[in-house]
Design a protein around this ligand. Sequence first.
Ligand SMILES: NC(=O)c1ccc[n+]([C@@H]2O[C@H](COP(=O)([O-])OP(=O)(O)OC[C@H]3O[C@@H](n4cnc5c(N)ncnc54)[C@H](OP(=O)(O)O)[C@@H]3O)[C@@H](O)[C@H]2O)c1
Length: 283
Amino acid sequence: MANILLTGISGNVGSAVMDYFIKNNIDFTAGVRNVEKYKEKFPGINLVHLDFEKKDTFNRALEGMDKVFLVRPPQLTDVNRIFKPFINRCKQKFVRRIVFLSLLGIEKNPFPPHHKIEKIILESNIPYTFIRPSFFMQNLSTTHKEDIKERNDIFIPGGNARVSFIDTRDIGEVIGITLTEKGHRKRAYTITGCEAISYYEVANKMSNVLGKDIKYSNPSLLQFRKEMINRGVKKEFANVMTVLYLTTKLGMARKVTDTAENILKRKPRTIDDFIKDYSDEWI
Ligand SMILES: NC(=O)c1ccc[n+]([C@@H]2O[C@H](COP(=O)([O-])OP(=O)(O)OC[C@H]3O[C@@H](n4cnc5c(N)ncnc54)[C@H](OP(=O)(O)O)[C@@H]3O)[C@@H](O)[C@H]2O)c1
């Protein structure tokens, strides 16, 4: 089996990719910022120090690696400073594939950093697999958890737009398959859940399952950006989020594909499955 480096294993998608490897007994190495912390949390996992903001960690982390699963941590927006050197180092270290966690619609949207990262990977000539998922269902149990739990409110500027939400557990499995099975080189996969629904419908579904009235307050883009900055989110990140919700309002997150189903060989999880499985998060 190839030597595979996973990044972002403590995050939404990376943890699901790691689960796939563990479940299927496939060897991997995880690149983490804080080896000591994760040694305790993930005993038995092969860890190497990798910090995208510290170029001197790249050589050791990439030593002997054939494939890399690359996550762009949300707070890192400077592609030329951070990801270009990392991808160049992958090339120097003879990495034979990068599976990159990108974003739905990125081929037509030059604003989010993923657009530039995909371009740099293409220019490097390293065979790639671009995973372009729709919005994560798990945003509701992470970024928006506190609003929902404490204020019974989905505070998202999504308007009436429909969104083809996907469960990160399914994204992780898709990535695990593309890293370990044949036939996924030089491919870009737009992966979504089976249906596109509005945040009003999400609020209704949550209210039914949780037995409390969850509303969707649907703030304006400007109100949302201001509130994120007030809450301590960095301006650059607040801007990226605001642009993403602008494109959502323009209908760019409603696309539904059967790509995840074809790769998983089963239907992706529904938002109802997700709300039931995670209900403890909001009670
Ligand atoms: N949310 C959505 O709906 C959505 C949809 C499509 C695409 N995406 C994209 O998905 C990506 C985020 O994935 P996610 O939600 O799985 O991430 P996440 O949960 O925010 O986790 C980020 C991971 O990156 C690690 N990390 C942070 N800074 C690092 C650094 N300097 N060096 C090395 N590792 C570092 C973190 O590790 P520590 O434990 O060290 O912090 C963590 O494991 C973003 O690029 C986002 O744009 C998101």
